[in-house]
Ligand binder design. Sequence first.
Ligand code: DAH
Length: 330
Amino acid sequence: MINAINELRAAAIKSLDAAVDPSTLEQWRIEFLGSNGKLKEAMARLKSAPREQKPELGRLANELKVALETEFAAAKSRMSADPPAASVDVTLPGVDLGSGSRHILTRTIDEIIEAFARMGFSVADGPEVEDEWHNFTALNIPEGHTAREATDNFYMGEHAGIKRLLRTQTSTVQIRALEAQKPPLKIVAVGRVYRPDTHDATHFSMFHQIEGLCIDRALSMVDLKTALIQFAGAYFGKDAEVRMRPSFFPFTEPSAEVDMKMEVRGQLQWVELGGCGMVDPHVLQAVGLDPEEWSGYAFGLGIERIAMRRYGIADIRWLYENDARFLRQF
Ligand code: DAH
């Protein structure tokens, strides 16, 4: 009888070691600890044992019961803490999360900056919340000029007697750069600008410009046009052309509007991209440079205009709606 109990213990332990998943473990529980299981069966047989052996056998049987229950609990908690590798089917296909891509405007900006960087321009920037000095005064836009009107600007109140506004043009960075660096310098700056325009297919109250500024000795319109032609060739391809039409900007003299010939839906077309000119002497004086010694050219181009024409985007608002169906096309 004692042997039978020891054999049962050995068989139970051996079979428990072989139970590798929850269902074989449950089968083991039914086989050994179940109400019709082998332990119950062995205990029932104790009844027929000789009277004087009963206390000893009873103690052994109870010990076995406790031992098996403990082993079972341990095996069960091991299994739930550490699911066997066999339950993960590594051959199942994964869930495709899709891959994102950079926004078409971001890509355009990066490509434009790269083209200018290869031409020797370094990258500058300035704040979007500006003061009147950088947005107007230093750029030769005098007090009372229509460009300063409340309806054309997002004014943000005064701070320490200085009126602040969301910048309306990246030309502010011309002043920021000249305050921070000594000429000669050659910079481009890309950033957001803000104007209270009514939204439609070609107007949005926030958009991006790229500003260029080169200050050196004895620069002329030739240098300006050369830079624009080089950029057009690098960015739009060798068929690109640049056209300048006389215009007026307070911060350049002479001033011109810039058109570039680019491919629009397979056809070369003139697209108006922004303004340019020779830096006005008043601007140089505003940052403490002697206009007799220094000269400069500047330009400002609209990023959305470039991207919209280049990629056939008919409505500027689509660029800001974050509709994945639109964004996925690029
Ligand atoms: N700041 C002008 C605008 O927003 C664009 C511009 C024109 C920039 C001529 C320039 C420039 O640097 O020389 O309309």
